[in-house]
Design a protein around this ligand. Structure first.
Ligand code: GDP
Length: 298
């Protein structure tokens, strides 16, 4: 009888019960390849990427009999190969403060990610300042303060509805005066009025450059992995609004849609600096392409 893992990977859904035994051999024929393609597409990998991955697996092996283990290994290797170039930790700049602008739609996990990052930098002995730049959402500011307390990091706020750029400017001044290593600036995530948001982000960048012409040193886009293909649209949108330098993918603990990371890597090649794997402060992990590929495939 069937012994399904808690959250089966792609091949765990294709091969079941006795058919899933690693030594069972399958012929790599059209039917098998089509099943693979469908699985990859269903995981939100995108049609082009899915077709290319299956074509690479079939190359030189079409019609051969492969064990389930071999198919898994091949698929995982293809996925890891696409992901390796984007698996890069947040680059650390020698300049103080390193300014990280954090963008993304509401609900993507911006606040949580800022809290987790602050905690990691604190643990590494760095001093951190957070600016609660989503001044129009009182709840977001409060939430950020909770995370700041947890991480032991000051959170600079401004009255509700006030200009985020002026808060960012003040936060730059404070971070410079304190000799802080890192300044993280949260931003609004309302896409309803893109022209407004674009102007708001541009103004933040403009004013912080008065204090450091190289700032922001990173512009992190936070994406919710459970939104599947929607994440691709968000990258396209935010790249028009800001100079996105890297991604954090959240909620990878709760999704079978992880394939979207492969589509993202393939399409945009933006570095994935970290992944969110839970709601707690320590639930932010470096992105490990082999581990990811194995879990997605498994
Ligand atoms: P924001 O609106 O972009 O600032 O989003 P929040 O940081 O407030 O996160 C929205 C929701 O997603 C909250 O309930 C978080 O606890 C949850 N969340 C954020 N990151 C993760 C993650 O990596 N895994 C899980 N399971 N939940 C997350």
């Amino acid at each position: 009888d069937e012994e399904a893992p808690a959250r089966p990977g792609l091949l765990g859904r294709l091969f079941r019960g006795p058919d899933a035994a690693p030594v069972v051999r399958r012929t790599l024929d059209d039917e098998m390849l089509e099943q693979l393609e469908e699985l990859l597409i269903a995981s939100d990998m995108g049609v082009d990427t899915a077709l290319r991955v299956t074509a690479n697996i079939a190359e030189g092996r079409y019609g051969k009999r492969l064990s389930v283990h071999e198919i898994k290994t091949l698929l995982a290797a293809e996925i890891a190969r696409i992901m390796e170039p984007v698996a890069r930790p947040l680059p650390i700049y020698p300049k103080r403060p390193q300014v990280v602008l954090v963008v993304g739609v509401n609900g993507s996990g911006k606040t949580t990610t800022i809290g987790k990052l602050a905690s990691q930098f604190r643990a590494a002995g760095k001093s951190v300042v957070i600016a609660a730049g989503d001044t129009f959402r009182a709840a977001a500011v409060e939430q950020l303060q909770v995370w700041g307390d947890r991480a032991g990091v000051p959170v600079l706020t401004a009255p509700e509805g006030s200009d985020p750029a002026s808060l960012a400017f003040d936060a730059m001044g404070r971070a410079q005066a304190d000799g802080a290593d890192l300044l993280m600036i949260d931003t609004a995530g309302r896409l309803q009025n893109r022209a407004d948001l674009m102007e708001e982000l541009a103004k933040i960048v403009r004013v912080i450059r008065k204090k450091d012409p190289d700032a922001p040193h990173n512009t992190l886009l936070v994406l919710d992995a459970t939104t599947g293909q929607n994440a691709l649209n968000q990258v396209e949108t935010f790249r028009k609004l800001a100079d996105v330098s890297g991604l954090v993918m959240t909620k990878l603990d709760g999704t079978a849609k992880g394939g979207v990371l492969v589509a993202l890597a393939d399409k945009f090649g933006l570095p994935i600096h970290a992944i969110g794997v839970g709601e707690q402060i320590d639930d932010l992990a470096p992105f490990d392409p082999e581990e990811f590929a194995a879990a997605l495939t498994g």
